[in-house]
Write a protein that binds this ligand. Structure first.
Ligand code: ADP
Ligand code: ASP
Ligand code: MG
Length: 346
């Protein structure tokens, strides 16, 4: 069994969503119709728009939410019209989309009235994009004759209440994910799970941090004891550098878990920094592949890596500030480093 995740550019519009759905169908055709678990990000850029709308509402700009709603409605409608031919299916999907966008507008109105945006409120708004994309992807698979069902992240990912950067609760997530997803897989249906989000034990929506759909995929893989995770993105795998900055960057064919954890922690945006943790714990190989160049093998991330050592890649983190703490009384005084770190941590 595998978990396949499609990132924002891989589901940016109707044509991309159809392409992604074809990759799922092709994989099933090559594996006796066995369904993968599919995880999707929001359509590229949607999460940013949602966050901007909520922040603008809190600052007193109520109009931005209306314009964001209209833009999102347009974009998702176009995607639905491109992917879904069946009239009933299309109408049902448009109805659900309007319902979710009405709810967004109401939320923004409340934020506007209160003049305050809490981290908890922001998580409710920012997770909406994946709720829309999961529904569209499931319907697109159905159009291709593949049985599929959208699954809300809040139904399967249980987290603590660190809003904006929530930590999954392993035991609770494992039992919920298995209970919800295994029956679907057994009957040959592809579960399409919205990435990035989760919910506390009490059902309050949370998010796993920006770019968190990668993490959703490996969390689910560990819970379901999957054989592999395939992360479909817009480049040929993990590269020696960010190809947007360094055009001559090369794809690394194999990377160890430790190398990948370090690369992503230090800025390689290709993976959410925590993605590798569940994979390491369950020794699950992770492939990073290009949706727009699917015959390229991509990068394999596993426990072994390559025997060669040396520099594997170069990463950058933008907008950092370096603070230098100095003073005559510091030399050899025990506890100074501890005091500095505790001060910064609060
Ligand atoms: P997705 O939406 O599929 O999750 P992201 O935009 O989050 O995609 O991550 C893919 C992007 O990461 C690439 O388009 C690339 O610009 C950037 N990137 C940064 N560092 C690296 C790297 N070392 N290898 C590959 N891509 C990288
Ligand atoms: N849509 C979310 C984000 O933009 C999560 C993801 O794409 O992985 O951060
Ligand atoms: Mg990403």
């Amino acid at each position: 069994m595998i978990v396949m995740k499609f990132g924002g550019t891989s589901v940016a519009d109707g044509e991309c969503i159809r392409g992604a759905a074809c990759l799922v169908r092709d994989w099933m055709d090559a594996h006796d119709g066995h369904p993968p678990v599919v995880v999707v990000s929001a359509l590229g850029g949607v999460t940013n728009s949602l966050i901007e709308a909520a922040r603008a509402a809190a600052k007193g700009n109520g109009d931005q939410c209306r314009s964001v709603r209209l833009a999102l409605e347009n974009r998702h409608r176009q995607a639905i019209e491109c992917c879904v031919v069946d009239e009933n299916r299309g109408e049902e999907l448009l109805r659900q989309m309007s319902g979710l966008l009405d709810w967004l507008e109401n939320l923004c109105r409340s934020i506007h009235t209160l003049g305050e945006l809490t981290p908890r409120g922001l998580d409710v708004v920012s997770g909406l994009g994946e709720r829309l994309s999961a529904r569209i992807m499931a319907a697109t698979l159905q159009e291709l004759g593949v049985p599929a069902e959208p699954v809300e992240a809040t139904e399967v990912i249980v987290t603590d209440d660190k809003f904006g950067n929530a930590v999954p609760l392993t035991e609770e997530t494992t039992s919920k994910a298995r209970e919800r997803l295994l029956p679907l897989l057994d009957e040959g249906t592809v579960p399409v799970v919205g990435g990035f989000a989760g919910a506390t034990l009490g059902g309050v929506p949370t998010t796993l941090g920006r770019g968190g759909s990668d993490y959703t995929a490996t969390i689910l893989a560990r819970c379901l004891e999957a054989d592999e995770v395939w992360l479909w993105t817009d480049v040929d795998g993990v590269m020696t550098s960010d190809p947007r900055i360094v055009p001559e960057a090369r794809t690394l064919s194999v990377v160890s878990y430790a190398e990948m954890a370090e690369l992503s922690y230090f800025g390689a945006k290709v993976l959410h920094p925590k993605t590798i943790r569940p994979a390491v714990e369950a020794a699950i190989p992770v492939w990073v592949k290009n949706t727009f160049n699917p015959t390229h093998p991509g990068t394999l991330i596993n426990g072994r890596g390559l025997p060669e050592s040396g520099v594997r890649g170069i990463t950058t983190i933008r907008d950092l500030t370096v603070i230098t703490v100095e003073g005559r009384g510091m030399l050899g005084v025990p506890g100074v480093a501890g005091k500095v770190f505790s001060t910064v941590a609060t």
